[in-house]
Design a binder for this molecule. Structure first.
Ligand code: FAD
Length: 409
């Protein structure tokens, strides 16, 4: 049985960064990453943006070129881990192969949720999580005229933007009464709804999908609960992910919405860490609530936290959350977590397509959503990290740079 000092499960953002950070920490032990995708670690965000649009080559998505991993003696293994034996410090792959480890970093991310309704598994119904998902979509796109996107979260909205730019007819369906309902304040939702409609997307909120209709095994429409049928040559489902933690749960790890980790990304099992989309952690930017974040920032920063702990330089995870989304010519940058805000101030004019929303709780800045205003994003970061109190009239005045509030806090 092959033995590694550190074995990383999942060759995505978190897995790659864990290995990179270990070598940066001068960790000299053996490292292997075992992943179930055929490619070297690549960036996932372009999958619903430039890569779907056909505007980027896959090689440009690689997190590091092949030579990087070879030079640093980071072994890239292919396989899916199905069993973890925490006591024996050993995992088993789907093909029966076993690998031993000193420390295990679980960076398996999550699987795109599929529709539970009738027709959810027909051909031409897609989710967007991996390169393979997008290759399948791209191969079908030349024959596609009418698309239905189910889910008004970031991935659904980004896909809708790309498809409409490619000249496809797009209907976007959202079950809540506004898009981005779980992650942003209402002004941002309304802004993006208006933008999509202005770009020709038929965006419908408060609608429930009853089933996907099909012919010869291929989806050809979506039936809503009110009986409406929307014809479609392709259906894209963006309704979130389920964290991939079954082998850890079966091994006895504490699992709720993801595998629970402490501030050093340690699970409840000995020498097993978890990072990224699959890891439920207490986040100080959400008043210590136990949550999972699905972002490159969180995957990278948690991976670095785990690597440092393994290398003997433990530093608790305390990174400020940030995220971005590209739709049409709009660059959204967010910092902090707006969950639990009690006030939201709009800075600038949404009609001018350049504005920010500052979220407050008890008078303190907890998050910002900045649309085409990189300056607010950069300057607002410190307001969030330090939880600075700010007067709403000052915040609302886009002519006053946010950094003027630093001293006041
Ligand atoms: P992943 O990157 O998903 O990597 C997990 C890897 O583990 C996968 O390769 C998976 O196949 C593999 N795996 C799973 N189970 C096993 C197993 N048992 N054995 C072996 N391998 C396994 N974030 C942003 O910050 N900004 C964005 O704009 C943005 N856009 C996105 C757009 C799309 C379409 C998607 C899908 C995600 C986007 N994200 C974005 C989120 C971001 O990509 C994720 O948060 C990030 O990839 C999480 O990293 P991870 O390492 O936890 O998981």
């Amino acid at each position: 049985m092959q033995q590694y000092d550190v074995l990383i499960v999942g060759a995505g953002h978190g897995g790659a960064q864990a290995a990179i950070a270990l070598r940066q920490q001068k960790f000299e032990g053996s490292i292997a990453i075992v992943g179930d995708e055929p490619d070297l670690p690549y960036e996932r965000p372009p999958l619903s943006k430039d890569y779907l649009a056909g505007a980027k080559e896959f090689e440009r998505l690689l997190i590091r070129p092949a030579a990087y991993w070879e030079e640093r003696q980071i072994a890239m293994l292919r396989g899916r881990v199905t069993l973890v034996d925490a006591e024996a410090h050993r995992v088993t792959l789907a093909d029966g192969q076993m690998l031993g480890y000193g420390a295990l970093i679980w960076a398996a991310g999550g699987s795109a949720r599929r529709l539970g309704c009738a027709g959810g598994d027909l051909a031409r119904v897609h989710t967007i999580r991996s390169r393979a998902d997008v290759e399948k979509m791209k191969a079908e796109l030349p024959q596609v005229e009418r698309t239905v996107v189910i889910g008004g979260g970031y991935i659904g909205l980004e896909a809708a933007a790309v498809l409409s730019k490619l000249g496809k007819k797009v209907v976007l369906l959202e079950a809540f009464d506004r898009v981005l309902a779980r992650v942003a304040g209402e002004p941002l939702s309304r802004f993006y709804e208006a933008e999509h409609r202005a770009h020709g997307v038929d965006l419908r909120t408060g609608v429930t999908v009853e089933s996907i209709l099909g012919e010869n095994g291929n989806a050809n429409g979506v039936r809503l609960a009110d009986g409406t049928v929307i014809p479609a040559d392709m259906v894209i489902v963006g309704i979130g992910i389920t964290p991939d933690v079954e082998p850890l749960a079966a091994a006895g790890a504490r699992v709720s919405n993801g595998v629970e980790v402490d501030e050093y990304c340690r699970t409840s099992l000995p020498d097993i860490y978890a990072v990224g989309d699959c890891a439920a952690h207490h986040n100080r930017f959400a008043r210590g609530a136990l949550l999972r974040l699905e972002s490159v920032q969180n995957a990278n920063d948690q991976a670095t936290t785990a690597a440092k702990a393994i290398a003997g330089e433990a530093v608790p995870y305390d990174a400020v959350p940030w995220f971005w989304s590209d739709q049409y010519d709009l660059k959204l940058q967010t910092v902090g977590l707006s969950i639990g805000y009690d006030d939201a101030v709009v800075r600038g004019d949404p009609a001018a397509r350049s504005f920010s929303i500052v979220y407050l709780r008890e008078g303190r800045v907890i998050a910002l959503d900045c649309v085409n205003v990189p300056r607010d994003y950069v300057q607002g970061r410190k307001l969030v990290i330090e939880g600075i109190s700010a007067d709403r009239s000052v915040l609302a005045d886009a002519a006053t740079p946010l950094k003027q509030l630093y001293a006041a806090g």
